[in-house]
Design a protein around this ligand. Sequence first.
Ligand code: GP9
Ligand code: MN
Length: 425
Amino acid sequence: DNDDMTEVINYTKSNYGESNPEYFGAAKEMNVIYIHLESFQNFLMNYKINGEEVTPFLNSLIKDPNTLYFDNFFHQTAQGKTSDAEFMLENSLFGLPQGSAFITKGQNTYQAAPAILKESGYSSAVFHGNNGTFWNRNEIYKSFGYDHFFDANYYDTTVGEDMAEYGLLDKPFFEQSLDYIKALPQPFYSKFITVGNHYPYKMDQNLTTIDKANTGDASVDDYFQTARYADEAIEQFIGELQKSGLYDNSMLVFYGDHYGISENHNKAMEQIIGKEITPYESTNLQRVPLIIHVPGMQGGINHTYGGQIDLLPTLLHLLGIDSQNYVHFGTDLLSKEHNNVVTFRNGDYVSPTIYSIDENFYDATTGLPLDDDNQLEKAIEYKKEVDKKLQLSDKVVNGDLLRFYTPAGFSKVNPSEFNYNQGVT
Ligand code: GP9
Ligand code: MN
């Protein structure tokens, strides 16, 4: 009820991280192009198979002077997988401990990115070569205020060799998306959800351009081929954005949604990373890339600890939009006040100094159990903070609490206004 909402607002206000003047507005009035890197773990970056880079394009992109690359960025998803990642980046709310909020909470009131940006004159669209009903996207996107959803209906899915298990392969997907993105009113907020690099990573060998790994575990070995394919598809797409001129006035954000290789494959993964996979190393493997390219922005490798919950405030501040009045559980990664304790959905956390895994505390740099009393005290304090955050976020989502609070300057979303079957109008 309303009291719960007051508690939540008090919390999110105290959790707010003020924007960093060096970055605030760096992407002002630019288009936003999110590229969802399916099942893409950070260890793929700069990894080589038989001397060859797996992701040469992304590796070169992170060296671009206008690119920020976050190398301590973690996924925070649970059973909702892709949908959890999307839920966090659109709302800065956590997914639910069980199931998928996309499916069970599709009718809630949200103050999601497309609706926030609409106030600044942005149109919005999602591109995805799978059926719109998957993860209940065609419903919840309306509650988020998305103007357009280009699902499988908008793509030619009749060519067998173009298809992956969860929809159109990334190369034809990006190619066929071009006319749609060019037709969007600018500035726009958009998201491209790829599917080629999805478990079990089987791919027509005629389409592959790099060797498999040779651990003997098929899904681990094939993962590098589908990741390479995604890298090539993105390179082609970026080339087209450059040709069209969109590249010069767009902010690009690439993020991995969740792990691709589960703990069931630890034996093979030990060969890949050359280390024993302890709970500590398994946690390290939950890093996913976050790459932000903004024309004219000061780039570099940023070691800040953060996760998907932090994307929305980071994005809004880069666009020069104040986020203080919104109910966000993350903080701007570029803020001097950024909260660098990264909350996992199961109550575990990582931070630059301490990891908490299954109620055990570890030194973040050595991976050894924590024994120093001061550090242990801090570890317990962090743990309380993490539990509190999850509990309050769950209150918002389970109680549909945003219906009791409309931030100043925000117009409530009316989901029935949207119809995703009529193309670009
Ligand atoms: C399906 C795709 C995959 O449309 O987004 O979702 P996942 O299985 O990764 O949650
Ligand atoms: Mn996924």
